[in-house]
Design a protein around this ligand. Sequence first.
Ligand SMILES: C[S@@+](CC[C@H](N)C(=O)[O-])C[C@H]1O[C@@H](n2cnc3c(N)ncnc32)[C@H](O)[C@@H]1O
Length: 238
Amino acid sequence: MTLQSDATHDAEIAGLGPWFHNLHLPDGRQTAPDHPLGDFPSFKWRKIAPHVPDDLSGWTALDIGCNAGFYTFELARRGARVTGLEPDAHYLAQARWAAARYGVQDDVELRRGTVYDLVDAHERWDLVLFMGVLYHLRHPLLALDAVAAATRRLLVLQTLTMPGDARVDPPRDLDIDERDRLLGRGWPVMAFIEHKLADDETNWWAPNVACVEAMARSAGLRVDAHPAHETWLCSPCG
Ligand SMILES: C[S@@+](CC[C@H](N)C(=O)[O-])C[C@H]1O[C@@H](n2cnc3c(N)ncnc32)[C@H](O)[C@@H]1O
């Protein structure tokens, strides 16, 4: 590679910034090598990757809130036909640019849109990634119901949570005078954040682990595994 094209690629990466995903590009460059979370999201993917089939040939996949497309490209590498769904034009431009760098622009569809586009859409994918989005939503259950309906085989669900991992088995019914149990340890609870969390006014919710699992079940999903912090594998019950 010439010095000039090196400089061009560096300028393109800088021009598309800031980056939330540190993509490792084929020429060895990284898009966010100084990411405050570390090599993000590679370190998260390393925990999830063993739970996703190595060979996704014949699978369709949907990456909701795909950002710069880190997971979209990983699934495409395994042979899936992937749709990356992202509302933010800035991130979508990064994903489109990176798709061309990886040479997968014909294998992935990068679509501008939100999770709410799935409501009553009747489109389904074998594998759905719903990672890092739930807590940013004003209407998390509406979205989760739509995500569940869009999942044919496997859903990877990741969300910010509240500290603690206690869970109670919610009773089939609760008497009106028994509401103090709602305050008990392990009851499914989701904290509402009126203002900001981590300087981000789109962080609306922080569910506890019991609540994530209860919401998934109530959306018609089976919770199959909890392979990593704040991450669940689910499949449709029906
Ligand atoms: C915290 S980032 C997570 C990115 C990526 N899924 C990951 O796990 O690394 C949240 C992403 O969700 C996108 N997003 C925000 N609201 C959304 C919505 N209503 N529907 C779909 N994506 C949304 C944001 O633009 C951003 O790319």
